[in-house]
Design a protein around this ligand. Sequence first.
Ligand code: GLU
Length: 444
Amino acid sequence: MSYVNEVIERITKENPGEDEFHQTLNEVYSSIEVAVEQNEAQYRKDALLERLANPERQIKFRVPWVDDEGQVQVNTGYRVQFNSAIGPYKGGLRFHPSVNIGIIKFLGFEQIFKNALTGLPIGGGKGGSNFDPKGKSDREIMSFCQSFMNELYRHIGQDQDVPAGDIGVGGREIGYLYGQYKRITKQYEGVLTGKGLTFGGSLARTEATGYGLLYFADEMLKANNETFEGKTVTVSGSGNVAIYAIEKAHQLGAKVVTASDSTGWVYDPEGIDVALLKDIKEVRRLRMSDYAAERPSAEYHEGRGVWSVEADIALPCATQNEVTIDDAKDIVSNNYIALAEGANMPTTLEATKYLQDNGILFGPAKAANAGGVAVSALEMSQNSERLSWTFEEVDNKLHAIMQNIFKQLDETSKKYEQDKDYVAGANIAGFEKVVDAMQSQGIV
Ligand code: GLU
């Protein structure tokens, strides 16, 4: 058995029940096999793939808090500090009832390679809780965030581990977490990113993941003699990534006709009204059914169905494994040109393979959605120098980073004779950088 397959088997067996982590391990390790083969004896001797697949540290803790009725609630908190070869651990916090150690490890593992691709000095980590923010009052959210930080603070720091947002964690939650960190430690430091603009946040951080996705996809299209101009785009999700992906797609001359949430989706043939969507989601915190009720051109459908709509480019921006094999078949039969992942691992392994085999340009998440964490790293730079850059300055840097990420994927896929396989390009390019840093630092 090849070294890669041996390690996949061993790590899977040693970490039972962590399905999403097994999935990303399979995807990444299978696609780097061509690069591993060239140094197999050395890597095997150094147990390099085993070390890379085992987090440096994983922390699990109790989060007790009191709800508005006076009832004590208990959730579980996690922080996985996966790999610090190229910088302090960096990655978001996810608050969602589905969160478990397998989800956090999948996200943390992806983050290692994503962060390497940005070219910035950030290692990989991820955290979160099975806390469900849906339907909670502001006071309950604050109470939870404060309790979460009462434990987390001892594990993080601006040069150690710098969390940020992810699903269920946005500006409001980062504010409460930051306030509590500062109160406990007396440190006003860049320990979290995605902060508000009045207390060390970076301009363009809110837009970064969605805008970055479009900058990346635009490069991928251009390299294949296509553009966004005049194209129809389907987007899933309606959170931070989706909103700013839609906004930038419109700026690039495309029309986005869908958006969704966990209960249903909207088809809006006149193009999603971004101002209304922002008001519904960011200000009033309502559902897509409310968007449809206020937008005459929109049709609301219960359940799933975004990919059954005929369009040119698909941008899944909701959550993991939302694009199944059946969706992939719809995407192919509807003659899409490309799919770029805004969410983390939104496409199943089987669906990814089907799309690639059928000639759909496929932009993998760890490259396509790296804009968020890239601007987080720029927020860290600004915090360190105690300065704030203009929106334009940050946006220009983001654009250049995304162009460079696509270039790395393109060149790496060609170098390994897997032209246009951007999944292999992303995994190998990220792997080579992290491995070089790990090898240089000895057996740690
Ligand atoms: N949660 C985002 C991601 O998946 C951003 C992480 C960060 O800004 O640290 O990359």
